[in-house]
Structure formats: structure tokens, C-alpha cells
Design a protein around this ligand. Structure first.
Ligand code: TXA
Ligand code: MG
Length: 349
């Protein structure tokens, strides 16, 4: 399949290209588009056959449901009921990086929800995404635009790398502002439960409703007793090709431990990539060091995380070591993605 790629900015949208892409969506094809979280791989959410193509292109497990993306608040058609708290939180945080799980109506095919009676709905804030949804005239089902298991793409080049030849159209924008996928909040249960942490943090949600909690399976290694409620959270995920180990604890001790492991690897003629920060990057004696940004701004760390994982992979290292971050605010989402990338391989120092 020939993939057409058109790049643009949110401030300078190429409306012709968006219209062409919308025609593809209406015709049952696949379009990659930018969002503020990560790039999405979209198809008409109400078209069974179109949605199946998403699973095929990504190599996505059939039991992993998709999020549908809308451009306005008219979502009644797609759901059975809208709890008061969901309305309130949507008014507060939409358009933006939060997905609400609600009971779905019959017009949303079971292929989209992977057989579940619930559906995730999100209104992205990215203008290109919203224009595409509006022009398509249908809600767009879109997982992250990566091959299943790989880190989500925050740059259009990564989508091209993973999906060129597998989709009809790639709409390129700038790098994703947020860089981590949306917060997922299950509103079919009371109190509502965060199934995936993101840029809309627990603290921010608690300001609107005190009684909200995080699925306990989110930060721990999934097990028989502890199964995450979002099907997608159970897979090894966001995984770079080389094994990743997180070094957790006091920064000085972290640096010493990383230097020790790197030296051991050098002795065995192995190369190591180090995921560091502005504050620490000059403290490592050896290895390929990439900085996520300053520890003073966790939003920037979040924005750079997936791209950093992919960039370090491109260096073909044998092992990746990463510093860790406090699990507060967006730090919860950063650590959730890092732990999953590492397959929960954490060394406490
Ligand atoms: O920010 C985002 O949400 C991005 C952009 C493209 O919008 N999309 C995204 O989609 O991250 P995806 O497919 O990579 O992740 C969707 C997650 C999966 O973990 C899936 O299991 C969960 O959402 N999910 C979807 N529908 C669900 C449902 N009805 N119940 C529980 N979890 C659900
Ligand atoms: Mg994904």
C-alpha cells in the first residue's frame, strides 16, 4: 500500500490534506494523525471492518479495546448513560488528555470495544485531530500509532518508521506536547477509578471529586491476583529492544550504581545506554547518555520519555539503565510507563 505523508503545523493546517484524510476515514481506511498525547492510528469507530484493519496494522491483540475520539460533547449516541461526575470532569478537562470509560451503546461495534460493553471516549485538544474528526463526520477509533509493544510515537518520523506501507495516510504535526497517553478514568464504577495514569493527574481529579482512586494493579507487576482493569495495561509495553533496568533511590547512590554496572558491561564488551537528566548527565563516566530534561520540570521529562527510549534503541545498545522519578503528580504516569518498559526490572539502591 502507498502511504501519503503530509506534514503541517497546528497553526498552519493544510485543510486540503485533512479533507483527503477524512475521505479515507469515511471510506473505511486508516489515517495516522497527531494528538497532544501521542500520535494515533485512526479508523471509523462505527465501521467494524475499518476497525479490524487497525488491529491488523499494529499487530494488536484482539482483546485490547480502542479509544474513540470525538470533536464535540455530543456523545450520547455512543453511550448508554452519562454519570453526573463524568459530565463534570469532561467540562473541566475536555478537550484534553483524559479518556472516560462508559457503558457503550449498540451502535459502537464490539470490534472497537474488543468485546466489552464499555467504551473509552476522548476529545483531543490537538487542532489537526479535531479537524480530521469533524471532517470525517464520525468518531475515530485510535490506538497509539506504533507497532504493538513498541514505545508510543510522539514524532511523525516514528509513525512512518512503524506504519509506512500499512496505512493510507499519515498527517504529520509537531512533536506531541504531552508525550504520554491519556489518563483513563473508569466512570462505570463508583468511586471512579484511574486505569492508566496520565497528564490529568490524580491530584487534579481529586480537586473536582475527592473520592477517586488508582487501580492498584497499575504500578505493580501484573499477576494472577492483581490484574489491571484496562486490558492493554497487562502487556509488556512501550518496550525498547534492549532490556531496560530502572535504578531507584537516592540520586548519588543511583549514579554510583549505574557507573558500576556500566563498568562491568564494558569489561564484557557490552554497550549501555543511560537515561539520565540534566542534573546528572555529566556524572556518568561511560556509556551512551541521553537526558530526559531537568528534574525540575517533570512535564518535559514526560514529553521526552518515549522518544528517548526509541532514540537509545537506535544506538543498538545491549542494556539500558534509567534513573527513576518520584511518584507524585505526572511522576506517577512517568514511572508507570518506565516500569512497563522495564518489565518491572527495578534495582533499589
Ligand atoms: O492518549 C491516548 O489515549 C492515545 C491517543 C492516540 O489518543 N491513545 C491510546 O490508545 O493510548 P491505546 O489503544 O494505545 O491505549 C488504549 C488503552 C489500552 O490500555 C486499552 O486496554 C484501554 O485503553 N481501554 C480502551 N477501552 C477500554 C475499556 N472499555 N475498558 C478498559 N480499558 C480500556
Ligand atoms: Mg498504545
Amino acid at each position: 500500500m502507498n502511504t501519503k505523508v503530509v506534514k503541517m503545523n497546528e497553526d498552519k493546517m493544510n485543510i486540503n490534506a485533512i479533507e483527503e484524510a477524512a475521505i479515507i476515514i469515511k471510506g473505511g481506511g486508516l489515517v495516522v494523525f497527531p494528538t497532544e498525547t501521542v500520535y494515533g492510528l485512526g479508523a471509523n469507530a462505527l465501521d467494524d471492518k475499518a476497525v479490524s484493519k487497525i488491529f491488523e496494522a499494529k499487530g494488536r491483540p484482539q482483546d485490547n479495546p480502542l479509544i474513540i475520539h470525538v470533536a464535540d460533547f455530543n456523545i450520547k449516541e455512543y453511550i448508554k448513560e452519562l454519570p453526573f461526575i463524568a459530565t463534570k470532569l469532561m467540562e473541566e478537562f475536555w478537550p484534553g488528555p483524559i479518556t472516560f470509560i462508559l457503558n457503550k451503546s449498540d451502535i459502537v461495534p464490539l470490534t472497537t470495544s474488543a468485546g466489552l460493553n464499555t467504551i473509552g471516549i476522548r476529545m483531543p485538544s490537538n487542532k489537526i485531530a479535531r479537524e480530521l474528526i469533524l471532517k470525517s463526520g464520525v468518531p475515530i477509533a485510535a490506538p497509539s500509532a506504533n507497532i504493538s509493544g513498541r514505545p508510543s510515537p510522539t514524532e511523525v518520523e516514528r509513525c512512518i518508521e512503524d506504519l509506512s506501507g500499512k496505512v493510507e495516510y499519515i498527517l504529520g504535526g509537531e512533536g506531541s506536547n504531552i508525550g504520554l497517553e491519556s489518563t483513563i478514568l473508569d466512570c462505570t464504577v463508583e468511586p471512579p477509578c484511574i486505569l492508566r495514569p496520565g497528564a490529568i493527574t490524580l491530584e487534579m481529579l481529586k480537586e473536582v471529586k475527592e473520592d477517586i482512586y488508582i487501580d492498584p494493579a497499575v504500578m505493580k507487576m501484573p499477576s494472577k491476583e492483581l490484574k489491571p482493569k484496562a486490558p492493554g495495561m497487562k502487556y509488556r509495553h512501550y518496550a525498547p529492544k534492549a532490556p531496560l533496568k530502572i535504578i531507584r533511590g537516592d540520586l548519588k547512590k543511583t549514579i554510583a550504581k549505574v557507573n558500576e554496572i556500566v563498568q562491568n558491561c564494558i569489561d564484557k564488551e557490552k554497550t549501555v545506554g543511560i537515561i539520565a537528566t540534566e542534573e546528572t548527565k555529566s556524572c556518568y563516566n561511560n556509556g551512551i547518555v541521553l537526558s530526559l530534561g531537568s528534574r525540575k520540570n517533570l512535564d518535559v521529562i514526560a514529553k521526552n520519555l518515549f522518544e528517548c527510549l526509541r532514540a537509545i534503541d537506535d544506538k543498538n545498545v545491549d542494556l539500558i539503565l534509567s534513573e527513576s522519578f518520584d511518584e507524585l503528580g505526572i511522576g506517577i504516569a512517568i514511572m508507570n510507563r518506565l516500569k512497563k518498559s522495564a518489565g518491572f526490572d527495578i534495582l533499589d539502591v
